[in-house]
Design a protein around this ligand. Structure first.
Ligand SMILES: [Zn+2]
Length: 277
């Protein structure tokens, strides 16, 4: 099982090259390449994105690091135009193209938040369908995440939506903490997904109250049960550590030790997965 980590807190702090070197030296196999410039979700500068992607890919290859999954900019608004003249839409498309050059098999694209969930399905159906040709052309799947507060609080709702989209280019991303915050133990959410749709995970721990994005074992989730549920689904994706808030307020010199510890936790979890498989 490949162990990866979302890279934006590191990239922001140390720059791309140094961040990738640190991820590699900590013992990760791969990186979840995030196109956000922080938790606001604003896109990082995607001008000349093909050139930038080729440079990132060369860096990954030099280090022997994989990019299995990526994360598109988020915070998209319901008035987004599904047209590349719209900057948010264009940035989403560019992030798909960038991810493809990095070799990612899937990219998480958040659903659009709609006030009171009115027309949620219509707006999001049109949005995702408009991305389908770009994803197909690039050979990258679009993963839809169980966001906190979204209508995907139950696994059957997310499966149902992906079935409606009716293309293997769409899959799901189960975020362990988000499942718990919506009242469903993460292992139950994973068990409730259809195995053929489960291509991505975001591994994070919480206190059960707030979307913490902490390292596993810092919170309340049952990691044995979670790894068993993933093994039961014969999950083939990366164990992707989305522990962004564990870096909050951390002095620079503690980033690498924390990364090393996180990689060790990831490997211990992967060991459990092998045991249960
Ligand atoms: Zn997540």
């Amino acid at each position: 099982m490949i162990i990866s980590i979302e890279n934006f807190p590191l990239r922001q702090k140390f720059g791309e090259e140094k961040a990738l070197e640190m991820i590699k030296s900590a013992g990760f196999d791969g990186v979840d390449y995030s196109f956000n410039e922080g938790v606001s979700g604003a896109a990082f500068d995607l001008t000349d994105h093909i050139k930038k992607a080729q440079k990132t890919k060369a860096e990954l290859d030099k280090l022997g690091l994989l990019c299995v999954q990526a994360h598109a900019p988020f915070g998209l608004k319901p008035d987004i135009k599904t047209d590349v003249r719209d900057k948010s839409f264009a940035d989403t498309v560019r992030s798909i193209e960038y991810a493809a050059i990095l070799g990612a098999k899937q990219i998480v694209v958040h659903s659009i938040e709609v006030p009171d969930n009115a027309d949620f399905f219509d707006i999001n159906y049109n949005f995702y369908k408009s991305l389908q040709p770009y994803a197909e052309k690039c050979g990258v799947r679009i993963a839809i995440e169980n966001l906190v507060g979204s209508i995907f609080w139950r696994p059957n709702r997310l499966s149902h939506f992906i079935r409606l989209l009716d293309s293997p280019v769409f899959c799901d991303c189960v975020d362990t903490g988000h499942a718990a915050l919506m009242g469903i133990p993460p292992e139950d959410y994973i068990s409730g997904m259809e195995a053929d749709m489960l291509k991505c995970v975001h591994i994070q721990d919480t206190d059960g109250k707030v979307d913490r994005h902490w390292i596993p074992y810092a919170g309340v989730h049952n990691w044995d049960n979670i790894m068993k549920a993933l093994a039961d689904k014969e999950f083939e994706g990366a164990l992707d550590m989305e522990i962004i808030h564990s870096f909050d307020a951390l002095p620079d010199e503690l980033y690498l030790p924390l990364l090393c510890y996180t990689a060790k936790v990831g490997k211990a979890l992967a060991g459990k997965f092998e045991e249960y498989s």
